[in-house]
Structures are given as structure tokens and as C-alpha cells.
Design a binder for this molecule. Structure first.
Ligand code: 4FV
Length: 249
């Protein structure tokens, strides 16, 4: 049985309890498909004030996360003899996407997520205690905890048995390199806006074709950078040419 396992180093363990205590991730934990151990970094500080940050050498604004508590936390976590893949969440990391999520899952790694806070983290953590540095986007958060939840969520949902219907993953946006097809549900008409007739036709072959074309069209319009023509089948390349002609009309 495939399982996602994470250790999290954070100074705000409570942040994780609500998100992991609801819905799909809660059920994944109950089913034994997800395991998350949360470690409060302050428990690994050696001074009586539980200090985890300090002033930056060389001056400058803000505080810097100290290396010793992080080192102590990693040593404690690894003392169970199970190897960890240490991931630092940082805006300077490689950009996280579906491919990275799939790659982490395929390697069946027990991932240790280090959540930064403050102005930054002692560079020696990056250089000597980190196997990978990941950014969830080119913007600055107040802490790495949200980034850690993004990684946990996006990897866990790929595990068979986590989502109600495992077919969903196969049709996800990005899984096939292009966006998912448009979705509709009742009512068939809302304030004069109708659901596309094809979806009410019951003609599953035509519906499949329509969905493929719409997915390709949406991707071409919104994120043409995601389309790599070399990866498209001959049929899809023809479909794309049809779409481009339709748009140009
Ligand atoms: C971030 C990101 C991020 C930087 C200062 C936490 C913050 C604070 N993490 N992807 N973008 N982290 O902005 O992962 O330490």
C-alpha cells in the first residue's frame, strides 16, 4: 500500500492540526495512507528561553533562524534509524509543481519539511542540513508552514485510495500536462446560462472528444507555456490546429 510520510519542523505546530484534522487528509491519516509527525523546534533549543532565532551577523533587519535547534531536531528525528529526505521550504528553492509532487511520491521518501520563519535561516542549514530547497511560488510568506501544507496536500491526493475516485487524479490539470476539462453540474440552466448541450446528450464518445478539445483550448488560451507539441499525439496536434483556427476566426 502506497503511503505518504512526513516529519515537520516548525515553531507553530498548531497551524497543522486544523488542516490535517479535516476532510480528505484526515481520512487519509485514518486509513493509514498519510503519516505526519510534527516537531516543535523550540523543544530542541538548548537555552531556557527556548530561543530559535538570533540577530544577523553583519547587521540588517529582522532575525535569523539558528542552526543548532534545527540540527538537534533533525538528529532526534533521524534517531529512529529511518532515512529522511530533508526539504527546506524557501523562496530561493526550485519551484514546486505537479511533476515535483509526482517525483517525491515515486521515490517513496520519508520527507522532512523544515518550515522557515523570520527574515531567513542560517545559510549553514541550506548548505549542510538540506537535501532539497523548494519554493511554492515567487512570493514571500510569513512562514514555511503553508508551503509545507501545499506539499503534503498535493502529494497525498496522488495516493490511490485517498480521493473518492482515483480516476480524478488521472484527469487532473497538469497530470497530463494540460488543464482539466470544464466541469458542469445541475441546474442545466442558470440565469439563462446553459450547460453545453453535448454534456446532456448521453453520447459518451462525443463528450470525451468535446472534453479533450475544451481542455486543450483552455490550456492554449490561459497557459500556452504548458503545451509541448512534441508531447502531443498526432490526433491532439490536429485538434490544437483546429482550436487555433477557431480562435483566429
Ligand atoms: C516560502 C515560499 C516562503 C520566507 C521567510 C518564510 C518565507 C520566512 N517557502 N515557498 N515562497 N517562506 O516565502 O516556500 O522564513
Amino acid at each position: 500500500m502506497m503511503k505518504a510520510s512526513f516529519d515537520i519542523i516548525t515553531i507553530f505546530p498548531e497551524i497543522f492540526k486544523s488542516y490535517l484534522g479535516e476532510s480528505i487528509l484526515k481520512r487519509a491519516i485514518q486509513k493509514g495512507l498519510l503519516d505526519v509527525k510534527i516537531h516543535n523546534l523550540r523543544d530542541f533549543s538548548q537555552d531556557k528561553h527556548k530561543t530559535v532565532d538570533d540577530y544577523p551577523y553583519g547587521g540588517g533587519p529582522g532575525m535569523v533562524m539558528k542552526i543548532e535547534p534545527i540540527y538537534n531536531a533533525i538528529q532526534f528525528i533521524k534517531s529512529d534509524g529511518i532515512g529522511r529526505f530533508n526539504v527546506l521550504l524557501s523562496p530561493q528553492g526550485r519551484i514546486y509543481n505537479q511533476r515535483v509532487a509526482e517525483s517525491f511520491l515515486s521515490k517513496n521518501l520519508r520527507i522532512l519539511l523544515i518550515c522557515g520563519r523570520y527574515e531567513g535561516i542560517d545559510e549553514r542549514v541550506v548548505e549542510h542540513l538540506t537535501d532539497d530547497e523548494i519554493s511554492v511560488g515567487d512570493y514571500i510568506l510569513t512562514g514555511g508552514e503553508l508551503a509545507a501544507l501545499v506539499i503534503i496536500d498535493s502529494i497525498t491526493r496522488l495516493i490511490p485510495g485517498v480521493l473518492g475516485d482515483d480516476e480524478s487524479v488521472k484527469e487532473d490539470s497538469f497530470t497530463c500536462g494540460i488543464f482539466d476539462y470544464p466541469h458542469y453540474t445541475r441546474p442545466p440552466e442558470f440565469k439563462g446560462i446553459k450547460v453545453p448541450d453535448i454534456l446532456l446528450s448521453g453520447n459518451h464518445q462525443e463528450i470525451k472528444k468535446w472534453r479533450k478539445k475544451e481542455a486543450l483550448k483552455k490550456t492554449f488560451i490561459k497557459r500556452p507555456d504548458l503545451i509541448n507539441k512534441e508531447d502531443l499525439s498526432l490526433e491532439d496536434r490536429k485538434l490544437l490546429e483546429e482550436i487555433i483556427l477557431d480562435i483566429q476566426r
